[in-house]
Design a protein around this ligand. Structure first.
Ligand SMILES: [Zn+2]
Length: 119
């Protein structure tokens, strides 16, 4: 099961750093509040507002799409042991998402605000 912990980007960062979503693999910038996925106390990665709004099942679907696409659009290792562990990591992430009943209301509201700012 995964939970979302939101964070404020450092105020002294002049340029918002580009972040990579752990679910869909897209790059995005944080306007006000970023969101991180935790499994227990372990950081799983960051999650973009679109995936938060898609919900755990929708986000898991995006992870599985990436595995099915072979990571051609992302930075997946091309072959060998590294590629096998990349697939293992994403499969585990999809399973963790699938056993998550829902994302918190707080996270969903923050995601709505983030997508609004983007437009
Ligand atoms: Zn995403």
């Amino acid at each position: 099961m995964l939970r979302i912990v939101s964070f404020h980007p450092f105020p002294d960062e002049a340029l918002a750093p580009v972040r990579e979503c752990a679910c869909c693999g897209e790059h995005y910038t944080v306007k006000r509040r970023g969101m991180r996925l935790f499994s227990g106390d372990t950081l799983e990665g960051e999650i973009c507002p679109d995936c938060v709004l898609a919900g755990p099942v929708g986000a898991a679907g995006k992870v599985r799409e990436r595995i099915a696409a072979g990571g051609r659009s992302g930075r997946a290792p091309a072959e060998g042991v590294e590629r096998a562990s990349w697939i293992r990591l994403l499969r585990r992430r999809a399973l963790l998402l699938e056993e998550t009943p829902s994302f918190s209301l707080d996270a969903r509201q923050a995601a709505v605000r983030e997508t609004r700012e983007r437009r």
